[in-house]
Design a protein around this ligand. Structure first.
Ligand code: IPD
Ligand code: CA
Ligand code: CA
Length: 279
C-alpha cells in the first residue's frame, strides 16, 4: 500500500474531512487484524499463554495483531507515532499518533468467551480525532471521527435517551490486578446496584464504551485502565452525543486511569454518586 498522506498535505489533515478519510481508510486494516484474531481463536494452544503480570495474559495473537496494525497503519500516515499495549519498537508520540489495543478482551479470548475487539484511535497533537472499535465475533465495527458523528457498520448511532437512573443499565469492569481501590469500587457498586436497573461486566472496555455510544448501555465506569483501552471508545461515545470524563471532572480519562460516561441527562447525578466514593 503506498502512502496517500504526503507531508505537504499535513495542514489539510487537520480538516475534519481528512480525519474522516483516515478513519474510513483505517477500517479495512483493523478488520484484517480482527479476521486474524478470529482465525487464530481455534488454533492457539495453552502453551502460547504468557503472563505479563497478575491475571494479565498475552499470547502471540495479541502480538501479531499489533504488528499487523503497526505495519499497515504506518503506511496511511508517514512519520506517525504509536502508543501500543504490547511492546513495539516504533516511536511513541508524534504529531499524529495511533493508540492501539490489538486485542481488547484477551481473557475472554483465552477462555473462549466470544466477546473481544480491536481498538484503534488516532490522536493529532494529543487530541483524539478518530476511533475504530471492531467487535470481531458479531462483525460490528464502531467508528467516529472528530465532529463527524459515530457509526456502527455504516449507520449513525446515538447515545441512549434514558432520563432516570432507575431505568439505566450500567456497565463496568471489575479490578483484576490492582486492588488498591477495591474498597471504594465495591462500596460504590453496592450503591449503584440499588439505584440502577442492573449491572453488566462484558470484559472489554472498548466494547463497553461502544455499547454506551449505541444506546445499549446507559452508563459505564471503570478504574485502572490505560489509554489504549479507552481512546477510541471515548471518542465514539462523545460523537454519539454522550459525555465522557474522569471522576474528578478534569477530563483526564485517557491517562488518569479512571473513566465514566453516559448521556447528558444522567451524567451529573451518576458522577455525584461516583465522587462520593473516590474523593
Ligand atoms: C482489559 C479489558 C477489560 C478491562 C481490563 C482491561 P485487555 O483489556 O478491557 O474489560 O476490565 O481492565 O485491561 O487486557 O483484555 O486488553
Ligand atoms: Ca485492553
Ligand atoms: Ca489488549
Amino acid at each position: 500500500m503506498s502512502s496517500i498522506y504526503s507531508s505537504s498535505s499535513t495542514a489539510a489533515l487537520q480538516k475534519n474531512n481528512e480525519f474522516q478519510k483516515i478513519c474510513l481508510d483505517a477500517i479495512p486494516i483493523i478488520k484484517e487484524a480482527g479476521k486474524f484474531i478470529r482465525d487464530e481463536s481455534t488454533r492457539w494452544s495453552i502453551k502460547d499463554i504468557e503472563m505479563k503480570g497478575r491475571n494479565d495474559i498475552v499470547t502471540y495473537v495479541d502480538k501479531t495483531s499489533q504488528q499487523m496494525l503497526v505495519d499497515n497503519l504506518s503506511k496511511l500516515i508517514p512519520d506517525c507515532g504509536f502508543i501500543t499495549e504490547e511492546d513495539v519498537t516504533k516511536d511513541k508520540e508524534k504529531e499524529y499518533t495511533w493508540i492501539i489495543d490489538p486485542l481488547d478482551g484477551t481473557t475472554n479470548f483465552v477462555y473462549g468467551i466470544p466477546l473481544y475487539a480491536v481498538s484503534v484511535a488516532l490522536a493529532h497533537k494529543g487530541k483524539t480525532v478518530a476511533g475504530i472499535v471492531y467487535e470481531i465475533n458479531n462483525d460490528e465495527c464502531f467508528y467516529a471521527w472528530l465532529n463527524g458523528g459515530s457509526y456502527l457498520n455504516g449507520k449513525p448511532i446515538l447515545i441512549s435517551q434514558t432520563a432516570e437512573i432507575g431505568d439505566a443499565i450500567l456497565a463496568t469492569g471489575i479490578p483484576t490486578s490492582n486492588f488498591s481501590m477495591k474498597r471504594q469500587y465495591f462500596d460504590c457498586l453496592t450503591d449503584l446496584v440499588e439505584v440502577t436497573r442492573g449491572i453488566r461486566r462484558l470484559g472489554s472496555a472498548a466494547v463497553d464504551l461502544c455499547y454506551v455510544a449505541s444506546g445499549r448501555f446507559d452508563l459505564y465506569f471503570e478504574v485502572g485502565l490505560s489509554p489504549w483501552d479507552v481512546a477510541a471508545g471515548a471518542l465514539i461515545v462523545e460523537e454519539a452525543g454522550g459525555v465522557v470524563n474522569s471522576f474528578d471532572g478534569e477530563g483526564n480519562f485517557l491517562n488518569g486511569r479512571e473513566i465514566l460516561c453516559g448521556n447528558r441527562m444522567l451524567f451529573d447525578s451518576f458522577r455525584e454518586i461516583i465522587k462520593r466514593y473516590f474523593e
